[in-house]
Design a protein around this ligand. Structure first.
Ligand code: X6L
Ligand code: MG
Ligand code: MG
Length: 169
């Protein structure tokens, strides 16, 4: 029998990275996940623990709370990114300084085994293989996640120097 309901027939697993270092960071991550969960085109299947992580990048700022989730989605990678940015907007994220403090950040890390190189979207996320704040939560829930060519999250963690500063909350 043909499928009837409204649910699209093709769902793809994706991994998202969440981060916050302003205000109530725990509530921020929880709210972001709820906003994604309430959509018909996203199912949140797995959540990592939350971690306290030192700030990466050139801007001195407070420690972050980071986590990763796995979802199944019927959205295209571009539309998934748009939905993540819209959730950030709905939560009141204001982009001030590049790489500066943020209320909430929702990054598309992986979308199936898709590789994309577009101005606004590069998949797999180009620098996650070097960032303990991404790899630790991702490896917790998907050790074999393909984070770079031939490299799994678990493998990439072995060459990460700063994992001792990533603390489970
Ligand atoms: C030179 C130039 C060296 C830029 C590093 C690294 C820039 C990371 C941006 C860089 C450079 C980033 C988070 C964070 C940020 C987060 C933690 C970024 C974007 N986001 N630190 N720093 N968690 N712990 O989510 O990742 S800014
Ligand atoms: Mg980010
Ligand atoms: Mg982002």
């Amino acid at each position: 029998m043909a499928e009837t309901g409204t649910s699209p027939s093709h769902w793809t697993r994706a991994a998202l990275g969440l981060g916050s270092n302003m205000g109530d960071t725990k509530a921020a991550l929880e709210t972001a996940i709820s906003l994604l969960e309430e959509r018909d085109d996203i199912r949140v299947t797995t959540r990592s623990s939350h971690y306290r992580t030192p700030p990466w990048g050139p801007i001195p700022q407070d420690d972050f709370r980071n986590a990763c989730i796995l979802i199944e989605t019927s959205l295209s990678p571009q539309n998934l990114l748009a939905v993540c940015l819209e959730a950030e907007q709905r939560m009141g994220r204001i982009r001030e300084e590049r790489w500066g403090p943020r209320l909430i950040d929702i990054d598309v890390l992986l979308y199936g085994d898709t590789a994309i190189n577009e101005p606004d979207l590069t998949l797999p996320h180009p620098r996650m293989a070097e960032r303990a704040f991404v790899l630790v939560p991702l490896a917790e829930i998907w050790p074999d996640a393909p984070v770079a060519d031939g490299l799994t999250a678990k493998d990439a963690l072995k060459s990460c120097t700063d994992i001792d500063d990533v603390v489970e909350l």
